[in-house]
Design a protein around this ligand. Structure first.
Ligand code: SAM
Ligand code: SF4
Ligand code: F3S
Length: 441
């Protein structure tokens, strides 16, 4: 009997990258590799990388350094780097120079070529470093090996056309390419057959869905189509650009019973001057109006956001406007980031870069405020009854089970593992900062 070959995948960055890793895990499985959590056991180690901020890149450089020893002990081990980092100019050359033990480099556009590349490494005993500069036709129909059996990622649109001035993503993921609606529907149907109950539709900007397809289909239309799929319970999506969040889309969320009432609307900043320099395409007034419309139509809506401090030229007054926006909206959740210059983006060359100590002070202030608000929002839910899709036993208490309510808050309650995959009505007893605790009703 031949020994089972093992692959160890490490994913950095966003959900899109997680979905790519699931695709690559599927391809590896097709080649006879099983996945392992233990890098020391692996025959192939693949780092699926992110370059949205320097911290994400540094984690990869650090890990590559550590892997040198493993490669020395086990020369037949294949070490690979995939994803967004190698799509940047000069990174492949840097990998070659600093980390000659890396056998395989591929980018975001040719990830489906992984089996062929591994084949060539094995047959030719050579390194294969290949990164496409442009996307080809969207590959469809590849096997996907997903994690967990309840919630699944489904990419619907790749790339981004927005070119926010701070952001590297359009440079490493290319222009917007929508998948055909039939392919998305087919994917979701299959997932339901396999027992999945919730799907999250993915894209850097899902609201652009369909614009490149040359048909009537838009994202709202896709939601209506998917809402008809029997035995699917929940539909989520991320991320949606506030500028493109049409009233038709808010109506679709309200009308489709399976679409969760959770709105992730990255604001980035609260000052019109900064928003303009970021090229976000909306004003704070427009944004606040959108939030008001959503809350008028869907009073229980959860609203979350991404915020950035320290964008070049951000003054104390600009920052105060972000703080004020946060106070006005009262977000259920906010992901807060310190602006980090990315090579090749317009903002990196802007004058008036904000000093690190100012950035640190501002982010601390924002985090403290948001914690206070999030706790308040969660406490306000005490006494209410929420529908929870149970995922399994809670990590730190085997007597508890955990899952998510429709607005994507984590809920824990007393229960047994058999509840996994079921929708349970839970009365909330306590709202905490990061979760809600309750009991089954
Ligand atoms: N497409 C989504 C959007 O438009 O919101 C998400 C893109 S990005 C993966 C996620 C978040 O990272 C952004 O919303 C932004 O707040 C943050 N981000 C992007 N570029 C950044 C940079 N150069 N420095 C710090 N944060 C950044
Ligand atoms: Fe980046 Fe802006 Fe595109 Fe989001 S919309 S991925 S922040 S360029
Ligand atoms: Fe990072 Fe690429 Fe996502 S840069 S955030 S992994 S699209």
């Amino acid at each position: 009997m031949t020994e089972q070959k093992l692959a160890h995948l490490v994913t950095f960055g966003c959900q899109m990258n997680e979905a790519d890793s699931e695709l690559m895990a599927g391809l590896l499985e097709g080649m006879g590799y099983d996945c392992t959590d233990d890098p020391a056991q692996a025959d192939i180690i693949l780092l699926n990388t992110c370059c949205v901020r320097e911290t994400a890149e540094n984690k990869v450089w650090g890990l590559l350094g550590k892997l040198k020893r493993l490669k020395r002990q086990k020369p037949e081990l294949i070490i690979g780097v995939s994803g967004c980092m190698p799509q940047q100019k000069g990174v492949v050359a840097e990998i070659k120079r600093r980390f000659p033990h890396v056998d395989l480099v591929l980018g975001t556009y040719n990830r489906h070529e992984l089996p062929d590349m591994i084949g060539r490494i094995r047959s030719d005993r050579a390194k294969v470093h290949e990164v496409w500069e442009e996307a080809g036709a969207l590959p469809e129909g590849f096997p996907v090996k997903r994690q967990g059996g309840i919630r699944a990622w489904v990419p619907v649109i790749h790339g981004c056309n927005n070119f926010c001035t701070y952001c590297i993503v359009p440079h490493v993921r290319g222009r917007e390419r929508s998948r055909r609606p039939e392919a998305v529907v087919e994917d979701v149907r299959k997932l339901v057959e396999q027992g999945y109950q919730e799907v999250t539709l993915l894209g850097q900007n899902v609201n652009s869905y369909g614009k490149d397809l040359g048909s009537e289909m838009d994202f709202a239309g896709l939601l209506y189509r998917l809402n008809e799929i029997e035995n699917l319970w929940r539909i989520r999506y991320m991320t949606s650009h506030p500028r493109d969040f049409s009233e038709r889309l808010v109506e679709a969320v309200a009308a489709c019973d399976k679409v969760c009432e959770n709105f992730h609307l990255p604001a980035q900043a609260g000052s019109n001057r900064v928003l303009k320099r970021m090229n976000r395409g909306y004003t704070r007034e427009y944004y606040l109006d959108l939030v008001a419309k959503i809350r008028a139509m869907i009073p229980d809506a959860g609203i979350s956001t991404d915020l950035m401090v320290g964008f070049p030229g951000e003054t104390e007054e600009d920052f105060a406007q972000t703080v004020d926006l946060v106070r006005q909206v009262r977000y259920d959740q906010a992901f807060t980031f310190v602006y980090n210059p990315r090579r090749g983006t317009p903002a990196a060359g802007m004058p008036d870069q904000v000093p690190d100590e100012v950035k640190s002070r501002r982010i601390q202030e924002l985090i403290t405020l948001q914690k206070e608000i999030a706790l308040g929002q969660n406490r306000a839910l005490e006494g209410s009854i929420l529908e929870v899709l149970v995922e399994g036993t809670a990590q730190n208490d085997p007597g508890l089970v955990t899952g998510r309510c429709r607005t994507n808050k984590q809920v824990t309650f007393l229960g047994t593992p058999e509840l996994a995959g079921r929708l349970i009505q839970v009365k909330i007893d306590e709202g905490h900062l990061a979760y809600l605790a309750g009991h089954q009703v």
